[in-house]
Design a protein around this ligand. Sequence first.
Ligand SMILES: Nc1ncnc2c1ncn2[C@@H]1O[C@H](COP(=O)(O)OP(=O)(O)OP(=O)(O)O)[C@@H](O)[C@H]1O
Ligand SMILES: [Mg+2]
Length: 148
Amino acid sequence: MATDNAVTSEGSAVVQSLEETRELASRLLPLMRKAGSVSLEGPLGAGKTHLVKAVASLLGVTEPVSSPTFTLLHSYSSGAYPLHHSDWYRLESEGEVLGLGLEEYLGEGVLLIEWGDKFPSLLPKDTLRIRITPQHDESRQIQWTLKP
Ligand SMILES: Nc1ncnc2c1ncn2[C@@H]1O[C@H](COP(=O)(O)OP(=O)(O)OP(=O)(O)O)[C@@H](O)[C@H]1O
Ligand SMILES: [Mg+2]
């Protein structure tokens, strides 16, 4: 797993392709691990699930990765460390988010939350926020920040 060129806690990059998104995911991985939780933000089709798939593949996860739309949380245990994947797109109230009991998934591995910006005050402390903004074709602006 490449950790060279690891990024600092705040930054921005423009990626031109799926492969470049994957390369950036690999550079972001140490920061994701340090944070423990990651909020993936951006419009429909921005590439949030693609980023989760890239992280899973970098960790060597062998289970198929899909968006946890109805189950609300998927955990993958076959990689280098546990990967948990939640999606808040369909959640309508803070109570539903609290009902997920996400604190149980913190502390070991990484928790990735698609649409985490729907309920920003419920994101775990030390969440790395990643915003993906589609530009044109396959290019995306990816901005990240981890507040101390
Ligand atoms: N550079 C890129 N990075 C990520 N995805 C890209 C890129 N270029 C094209 N795509 C395409 O954009 C689509 C992103 O879909 P994806 O399901 O990851 O979006 P999403 O943000 O999870 O959407 P949703 O809000 O519906 O969950 C995929 O079809 C992917 O192939
Ligand atoms: Mg998605």
